[in-house]
Ligand binder design. Structure first.
Ligand SMILES: [Fe+2]
Length: 296
């Protein structure tokens, strides 16, 4: 569901644009910061939302949580439109400035454009004007507010989370897990299991009033956020044990992914549909196998 007028104010100085499956966040200050850049077929919807949320002023910078195609889709377009500087990790920079990787990111976005009947000539291309940031760095908004940077690898090795001070709001991208419509929290350790679990523990230990994840509603309130991290962490550990048990019974990796898909799938699943969902679950199986399966 799209937001009315393409944007929605969470607080006076924070707005979300897009929709619940691909929300982009704007933090308004002396400098306006955009967080993540969604998918290309939603570019027009995003741009309208950004302009409405900022009353005609422009975003100054874009902070990217990680380099997955569905978080950077409109980044090149926004750079052209708004003249943005970009913040991301050095690992994300390598990916986002590489011609071949950019082509892959564009391909995934073009596939989505076809599916969503966007016949425009919009495209993703290597990004310019990147400032790399790392754990402990601060991105100043100029009015007493700043983003503190955290490294949160595991979903993606290039992943960062941004904590807005003094508001205590964490922009976590996909590093905190993915909340499905039925309340199930999908673990998404696509690259490294232990790093993912450690990143979750790091974020769970923060004193937070708000949590903004990459594919769900904004979460407000300490208790709700604490419970979310408890659920996310316990399901992460349980999923590891389930996968490991099946690996030890010599089940084939695809067979394991199929069995998890069958058990957890709901229509409009946050982790994708059909082959995309299977590929994502397969990444979980592979991560556990690579790190823990001594029988391989
Ligand atoms: Fe992701």
């Amino acid at each position: 569901m799209e937001f009315k007028d393409n944007h929605h104010a969470i607080f006076q100085h924070i707005s979300v644009v897009g929709d619940h499956s691909h929300p982009l966040y704007i933090v308004k200050g002396n400098k306006n910061i955009l967080i993540d850049a969604g998918i290309l077929p939603k570019a027009t919807q995003f741009a309208r939302g950004i302009e409405a949320a900022l009353d005609g002023t422009k975003p100054d910078t874009l902070s990217i949580t990680h380099s997955h195609f569905d978080h950077v889709g409109c980044a090149h377009l926004f750079q052209q439109k708004f003249g943005l500087t970009i913040h991301c990790s050095s690992m994300a920079q390598e990916i986002l400035q590489n011609e071949d990787m950019a082509e892959m990111i564009d391909l995934r976005n073009q596939e989505l454009k076809d599916k969503m009947k966007d016949f425009s000539n919009s495209a993703f291309a290597p990004l310019q004007n990147i400032i790399t940031v790392k754990e402990g760095d601060r991105i100043d908004l100029g009015d007493g507010r700043f983003l503190e940077v955290f490294a949160v690898p595991g979903h993606s090795d290039c992943a960062l989370a941004y904590l807005l001070h003094p508001d205590k709001i964490l922009f976590a991208g996909d590093a905190a897990g993915m909340l499905d419509h039925n309340g199930y929290v999908w673990p998404v350790f696509f690259t490294r299991y232990s790093a993912y679990e450690q990143s979750l523990q790091k974020m769970a230990a923060l004193d937070l009033e708000g949590l903004a994840c990459g594919h769900s509603d904004f979460m407000a309130g300490k208790d709700k956020i604490t419970q979310f991290f408890i659920d996310s962490l316990s399901e992460t550990r349980r999923m590891k044990m389930e996968i490991l048990g099946k690996l030890h019974r010599a089940m084939d990796h695809i067979e394991i992914a199929e069995s998890i898909k069958e058990k957890r799938y709901i229509p409009n699943c946050v982790l994708g549909e059909g082959d995309e969902l299977l590929t994502n679950i397969y990444a979980l199986v592979r991560a556990v196998n690579n790190e823990f399966n001594r029988q391989r």
